[in-house]
Write a protein that binds this ligand. Structure first.
Ligand code: DGL
Length: 278
């Protein structure tokens, strides 16, 4: 009947709307990069809360408040779904966001957990992230909910974020810091390590060379892209294209933004738009 017809038309229009992505800052551009590569028909609005970054050492309450404000900002841009690219925001705020808003919202933790469980052979899994992510135990709980016998060893690596932002992804200092944080894993026999932070994919080569071939590194940026495709299909929200466009909105800017952003994005960052968050 006419109602069904109208709903179909509304959905058809929604499917042409952009996907919203937010992060505490610009690290989430690693997630946008994967989304652009894997969902070529989609357009995106990326919001980086650079005025309030980092989230990784803030309280869960504060991260929840900021995250909710970020979703509202994206809603004003007419997004059809929201991807929480920030591991800390996913860890602290995803359940609240899902109950607060009606549009589909997904975060990086479940996809990372699924990939880790698919990769591990001995059920010994390491998880690294910001202090906030590790404190929340979100990864650990999600893994144990599926595999209660798994052995999960978590480690906060707060110095990784500033090293990556400085562009020090492969210096002697970086190797020392990585070694210092991860040396405990060498004797634990883990076969899988979840890189539970937006910035860590840039440290993959150094981490891989320290831990060796026997440890699979799970990149949540790659994993969430698959999940977005599934959710778009489920909600009949997949765009038929043309895609590939994206806007970047930030709550603060800095002289080094363009350089750092292009490193995360793997290409030149476009013009940015500045907004203030409330
Ligand atoms: N985006 C954050 C995360 O993935 C890292 C940076 C921060 O601490 O805000 O946890």
């Amino acid at each position: 009947g006419p109602t069904v017809q109208r709903e179909r038309m509304a959905l058809a229009n929604m499917s042409q709307q952009p996907i919203g992505v937010f992060d505490s800052g610009i690290g989430g551009l690693t997630v946008l990069k994967e989304l652009l590569a894997r969902l070529p028909n989609e357009t995106f609005v990326y919001f980086g809360d650079t005025a309030r970054v980092p989230y990784g050492n803030k309280s869960a309450d504060t991260v929840r408040r900021f995250s909710s404000e970020n979703v509202k900002l994206l809603l004003e841009r007419g997004v059809k779904m929201v991807v929480v690219a920030c591991n800390t925001a996913t860890a602290d705020a995803l359940p609240q966001l899902v109950s607060e808003f009606t549009l589909p919202i997904i975060g990086v933790i479940q996809p990372g957990v699924r990939a880790a469980l698919a990769a591990t052979r001995n059920d010994k899994i390491g998880v690294i992230g910001t202090s906030g992510t590790i404190r929340s135990m979100a990864y650990q709980n999600a893994i144990l909910a599926v595999k209660p016998d798994a052995r999960v060893t978590s480690k906060a690596c707060p110095l990784f974020v500033p090293l990556v932002e400085e562009g020090w992804t492969d210096t002697p200092v970086t190797r020392l810091v990585v070694e210092e944080y991860l040396k405990g894993y060498k004797n634990l026999g883990i076969d899988t390590l979840v890189l539970g932070c937006t910035h860590y994919p840039l440290l993959k080569p150094v981490i891989a060379s320290l831990l060796g071939d026997g440890v699979t590194l799970v990149d949540s940026a790659v994993e969430i892209s698959r999940e977005v495709a599934v959710v778009l299909d489920q909600h009949k929200l997949a765009s038929k294209g043309p895609g590939g466009r994206f806007d970047i909105i930030l709550s603060d800017t800095s002289p080094t933004f363009a350089e750092i952003a292009s490193r995360f994005l793997g290409r030149r960052a476009p013009e940015i738009e500045l907004v203030s968050v409330r």
